[in-house]
Design a protein. Structure first.
Length: 134
């Protein structure tokens, strides 16, 4: 079935108050990440720049990933998944994606990141999510 009715499209696009708050958090965190990247120099103030970089990176990736994953789960109709469960799963998966991204960037800054370490970090979070999903 490839046709989408207007009712399905409206229910897919409707935002709950929680999703609206996550979207606002995504907008604020991405804009603060851009400010940190463009305005704060890690060479002149590393004690300020690096913690703020990692915090804004985590918040940006978590909120954007949560919104994208919720859109993915909303597009897929699986019996037994209501909106609350979809939001809960999306929040958890967004936190896992953000944690993996922050760890990968930390390893990159330490100079110990290789492609197989990045694959192993992603595999760990994928396996944890699969264990929690079942």
């Amino acid at each position: 079935r490839t046709s989408v009715t207007s009712r399905e499209l409206l229910s897919f696009l409707s935002m709950t108050p929680l999703l609206l708050r996550i979207a606002i958090a995504a907008l604020l965190s991405v804009s603060s990440l851009v400010v940190i990247l463009l305005r704060v120099s890690p060479l002149t103030a590393p004690m300020v720049a690096l913690p703020f970089f990692f915090v804004t990176l985590y918040l940006s990736v978590a909120s954007v990933a949560t919104l994208l994953l919720y859109a993915m789960w909303a597009a897929v109709s699986i019996e037994g998944l209501d909106a609350g469960r979809k939001i809960t799963m999306s929040l958890r998966q967004g936190a896992f994606v953000a944690s993996g991204t922050a760890i990968i960037f930390g390893f990159l800054m330490l100079g110990i990141l290789t492609w197989w370490i990045a694959v192993l970090i992603c595999a760990v979070f994928l396996l944890v999510e699969l264990a929690l999903h079942s």
